[in-house]
Design a binder for this molecule. Sequence first.
Ligand code: HQG
Length: 185
Amino acid sequence: MSGSQQHEQVSKYLSYILRHEPHSIGVELDSEGWLDIKTLIDASAAHGRVLDDALVRAVVETSPKQRFQISEDSERIRAVQGHSASEVKRTFQELTPPALLYHGTATRFVASILESGLRKGERQYVHLSADLQTAISVGKRHGTPAVFAVQAQAMSAQGHKFFLAENGVWLADQVPARFLSLDLQ
Ligand code: HQG
């Protein structure tokens, strides 16, 4: 396996543990999503996943989407956004968004989204991108991509809150269908 393949595999594993299923290795995240790195490594080893400190830190540093953060004291790790684990209730910076944000999805979800708006599903927020290219790549994860433009500033003016995660991902509770239009590029 190449170094970058190994990093991708570890990144997926860290996303699984730090966003969704910490209990699968018997650990708990704090409300800001942090987990002690040594605890992560020990608990992972006890469940058959061998990691080491340098590898974990290298994956954090090289993550193209800056999915993870290391704490200031250098001892803890967290996923920046994307959580479904209910013990995590991260505080994010609330900001007025740009006029337009984008949401990438798959074509098979388009009719349902046009009908009921964007819903957060398993995650704690709907995830929005500041640029079209990122939205297209998010959409490709699910199938043939389709991109919605979100009238974010109009939504904000009507009282909907927007949060900006440290890695540039925008978050909202939901997006009602009236603020969405299919971006036909
Ligand atoms: C869709 C990635 C039917 C929604 C990305 C999406 C992101 C609906 C799927 C982050 C719907 C949920 C999150 C409705 C929404 N009817 N389908 N009413 N409302 N959906 O994975 O946004 O690479 O939970 O369009 O960059 O794809 O993992 O959310 O297709 O920031 O770091 O339901 O994950 O980051 O899928 O991705 P997800 P997402 P990472």
